[in-house]
Design a protein around this ligand. Structure first.
Ligand SMILES: [Zn+2]
Length: 504
């Protein structure tokens, strides 16, 4: 654990509850579409707007998806589980209760391995259960200083969208670990194709429980819950802030109030929202409108048989088969589409380490940069760091293979290759096309280079003299001049050879 993640003298205890919207076509208990967007209240029916007298019917795909997630995280799958009513009232929950699971969740236990700067660590899971999402309140009206919003509207398109709630054990010890856990889970869910992981649209969000206790003690301190965090960066920032706040209160001899706090993105502080409900405040009871869920071994084995290769397995394979450093393998496998892109590039004939460097470096940089701009690619499911999805790019693995080939055979330098790559990324052209269109072929004609170098030495007699007197690092100056003269197209290896020869 790094020093700055901890409150000196106190141990940080964090547990996360991740809410993942499932990528089913229809809602949890009715046939309405789960599509994001749409005019307010158009994706609704009597079931999801909570009309009296209607009956919910469980979406079997949602059950299957949750079991997939459970199998991928080593949970025990309950052969018998059931839904419960969680009673509370907000305008975005028209029934006055949420259908969730309480005493008998579908998945119990399990664990996830995270990787941080300090190595690997296993985070335990308490449970994974199914529930329905609530609608959205939209606050409108006079927003001038000193006025509160004049009215609120409710959009129920999201009400009833299937959610899985993944609850971790309080095994997380720093904001960095919390972000790593969230990242890892998002990766797994995307591999399984049970959640698109689109955090900007709220498909994946988390609540964080955090408390401090003096080092060496076992008893948990009073916790606060931070609600509705929807990015990896915010989970770290919100927790860092909250840890400092709690530490300050404890140091001053105060006590922490158990409460729910909201992370304010604009001001960077957490603010008290309400005193935290205890489970009994929700008056849970078994949902009488839904039969208990009985799951057979055959059903579970059928799901297991269709499981894809998961990030940890893939990571192991990348290290073993392609001889990649663990760091590379971890980054490449954190998103399935990135991993597929890498493998296809290598299958196309690229050197694995070179392919890895280009994907982790230039490709990720361009993907992240274009995430904010009017992107060349369609924004669907984002790749790493909430950026543009790699699968929606015009650039294909075969194009990267082509670029690496041009570097290998000396047609272009690595420096020029970066320029070519950016062009390929933006236009979808092949490396050969870009090099041809822009006249970027590397100058490897020895006679041509010799002439250029002789001219440069003649123009810089003082530097040449100092080089010959022993100031050999001046070779860098000459290389720079040659590159300037050739617009970066000179073959660097050849330039170095000729320079040393001419200057000696
Ligand atoms: Zn509906």
């Amino acid at each position: 654990m790094t020093k700055k993640d901890t409150a000196a003298g106190y141990e940080v205890v964090i547990g996360l509850e991740i809410h993942a919207q499932m990528s089913t076509a229809t809602k949890m208990f009715c046939g309405c579409t789960t599509l994001f967007g749409g005019q307010p209240n158009t994706h609704t029916c009597p079931v999801c707007i909570g009309m009296p007298g209607v009956l919910p019917v469980m979406n079997n795909r949602a059950l299957e998806f949750t079991i997939r997630a459970g199998l991928a995280t080593n949970c025990q799958i309950s052969r018998y589980s059931r839904f419960a009513r969680k009673n509370y009232f907000y305008p975005d929950l028209p029934k006055g209760y949420q259908i969730s699971q309480y005493e008998l969740p579908i998945c119990i236990g399990g664990s996830v391995v995270i990787t941080t700067e300090d190595g690997e660590k296993t985070i335990g899971l308490t449970r994974i259960h199914m529930e329905e999402d609530a609608g959205k309140n939209i606050h409108e009206g006079n927003t001038a200083a000193g006025h509160s919003r004049s009215h609120s509207l409710v959009d129920l398109n999201r009400a009833g969208v299937p959610l899985m709630e993944i609850v971790s054990e309080p095994d997380i010890r720093s904001p960095k670990e919390a972000a790593a856990f969230m990242r890892k889970l998002r990766g797994i869910l995307r591999y399984l194709e049970v959640c698109d992981g689109n955090m900007e649209e709220g498909s994946l969000r988390c609540d964080a429980n955090v408390s401090l206790r003096p080092y060496g003690t076992e008893a948990l301190g009073t916790k606060t819950e931070i609600k509705n965090i929807n990015s990896f960066r915010f989970v770290e920032k919100a927790l860092e802030y909250e840890i400092k706040r709690q530490e300050k209160v404890l140091r001053a001899g105060g006590t922490i109030t158990q409460e729910t706090r909201l992370w304010d993105v604009a001001t960077g502080v957490t603010q008290s929202m309400r005193s935290k409900e205890e489970a009994h405040d929700y008056r849970y009871f078994p949902e009488p409108d839904l039969v208990p869920i009985a799951v057979s071994d055959d059903f579970i084995e059928g799901i297991r048989a269709t499981m894809p290769e998961l990030p940890d397995t893939l990571k192991g394979r990348f290290v073993e088969v392609y001889n990649l450093p663990k760091y590379d393998a971890d980054l490449l496998t954190s998103d399935r589409q990135v991993a597929l892109f890498f493998e296809e590039t290598v299958r196309g004939g690229a050197n694995p380490k070179a392919a890895s460097n280009w994907i982790m470096g230039e490709l990720m940089r361009l993907l992240n940069e274009s995430a904010g701009a009017a992107a060349p690619a369609i924004r669907t499911a984002p790749a790493i760091k909430g950026s543009v999805a790699i699968e929606s790019l015009q650039l294909r693995p075969a194009d990267l293979v082509g670029l690496l080939r041009l570097i290998d055979d000396g047609t272009i330098s690595v420096k020029i290759a970066k320029v070519v790559f950016e062009d390929m990324f933006n236009t979808g052209k092949s490396a050969q096309e870009v090099v041809k269109d822009r006249g970027l072929v590397q100058i490897s004609d020895e006679g041509h280079l010799e002439q250029t170098i002789e001219d440069i030495i003649a123009r810089n007699p003082a530097e040449a003299g100092r080089y010959r007197a022993g100031e050999v690092k001046l070779v860098g100056f000459f290389v720079g001049e040659v590159m300037k003269a050739t617009k970066g197209k000179a073959n660097p290896k050849l330039v170095n050879e000729i320079l040393r020869r001419k200057l000696s």
